[in-house]
Design a protein around this ligand. Structure first.
Ligand SMILES: [Zn+2]
Length: 394
């Protein structure tokens, strides 16, 4: 059973797909127990990488893959999207996702038949893999939650759990049509996955970004944000000191607190905040934090720094902010600690050194795409948000 996962990982690598070992389910009962140190409290049981800086080390190198699965024979198989294979996955969740897809297909024509897997999630989940054709800019496809109700996109920097991994429900991920090739993404789907409108809709489903005409002028808000950033009240992100949490907090101040549009928030973070961080964040990481601030911090009221009406009882906003930030920090730290060094003594002590150096070697190679720093310092930052089914939200 375990070697099936290795075999699959090797097969994927030979297809040019970047593989990464994921934590696995140790024990199934009322709550699935993850192999990470959170155990049955893990919010992404069996779905998150075992290796820090996974975006950077995900590999097509079969010998490294063999080492990994020798160390962790039960590891679930993760596939990093994007890369030379230009992979993008459309994640169709349950009844809602299927209904959305039916609507989209009625308007745009049916999606071409492509490699697809069932995810094992209760209610039925399906991943359909596509290849972004070279004439379209793959960088424009981002990891997005809900491009339509029940439909998410996993693109460069995102990962999927692949067959024959085992889902927390105990069901295996399974290819529906494993002989099928990965088909080219149709233009209409590309448009949908990259349209600002899709983004707008996502925001509105999470309620409450106040409309522009109900807000103070943008210049005032930006000024407020600038003052806040240089005031010393917004802590810079320092590696090893909950940097991920600090950076998210900064993004929340700008996006939620000052209601800045994402582009403006990004500019300010990049110019005023990032130079203070050790090490500085990549462009993509900052954008990711901004997205997190917009989409996932539902309890934090919009405009709490600029005196827009705050309907929440006093205190709640800051409590929620703190809670959210703490959960981000904790998860990030846990993941960061799950490097081969720390996991190894429990599994195969003798080979720890070889595995670690091989992994580190890979990490030193230049990243395959334009990902300039490879997210190496903080692997957990986007593994921290999950919907009620424990599915990862990006
Ligand atoms: Zn876990």
């Amino acid at each position: 059973m375990a070697s099936e996962r290795l075999d699959a990982a090797v097969l994927y690598a030979t297809r040019g797909w970047r593989v990464i070992p994921l934590h696995y389910i140790r024990h199934f009962s009322e709550f699935a127990t993850c192999s990470c140190r959170h155990g049955d409290a893990c919010k992404a049981a069996g779905k998150h990488p075992m290796i820090a800086s996974w975006r950077k080390v995900a590999t097509t190198d079969v010998s490294l893959i063999r080492l990994w699965w020798k160390a962790w024979p039960l590891a679930n198989v993760g596939l990093l999207m994007g890369g030379e294979a230009r992979l993008v996955t459309i994640d169709i969740d349950g009844e809602e996702g299927r209904a959305s897809l039916a609507k989209l297909e009625a308007t745009n024509g049916p999606l071409p038949v492509t490699l697809a897997q069932v995810t094992g999630r209760a209610g039925g989940g399906e991943h359909r893999l596509f290849r972004v054709p070279t004439h379209l800019e793959i960088d424009r496809v981002r990891n997005r939650v809900k491009i339509a109700p029940g439909i998410d996109v996993r693109a460069e920097g995102g990962l999927i759990v692949a067959a024959p991994s085992i889902h927390p429900t105990g069901t295996r991920y399974r290819w529906i049509n494993d002989k099928q090739r990965v088909c080219v993404m149709p233009d209409w789907l590309f448009k949908l996955a990259t349209s600002p409108k899709a983004r707008q809709e996502v925001i509105s489903t999470h309620g409450s970004r106040p409309p522009e005409d109900k807000l103070p002028p943008l210049s005032e808000r930006a000024q407020k944000a600038r003052e806040e950033l240089v005031s010393g009240r917004v802590a810079p992100a320092i590696q090893g000191q909950n940097g991920s949490r600090a950076c998210l907090h900064a993004a929340i101040v700008l996006i939620r607190g000052c209601c800045l549009p994402p582009e403006v928030a990004y500019d300010l973070l990049w110019k005023l905040y990032n130079p203070l961080c050790l090490p500085p964040w990549s462009e993509q990481e900052l954008m990711h934090k901004i997205e997190s601030a917009e989409l996932s911090v539902e309890d934090v009221s919009w405009g709490y720094m600029i005196h827009v009406d705050d309907p929440s009882p006093s205190g709640r906003v800051y409590d929620a902010l703190l809670r959210e930030a703490q959960s981000f920090g904790t998860d990030a730290q846990t993941l960061a600690s799950a490097t081969p060094q720390t996991v190894h003594p429990v599994s195969v002590a003798g080979e720890a050194e070889a595995l670690y150096s091989a992994t580190r070697e890979t990490a030193r190679r230049p990243p395959p795409l334009d990902d300039e720093d490879g997210y190496a310092d903080d692997p957990g930052d986007d593994l921290t948000r999950y919907d009620e089914d424990g599915e990862e939200i990006r």
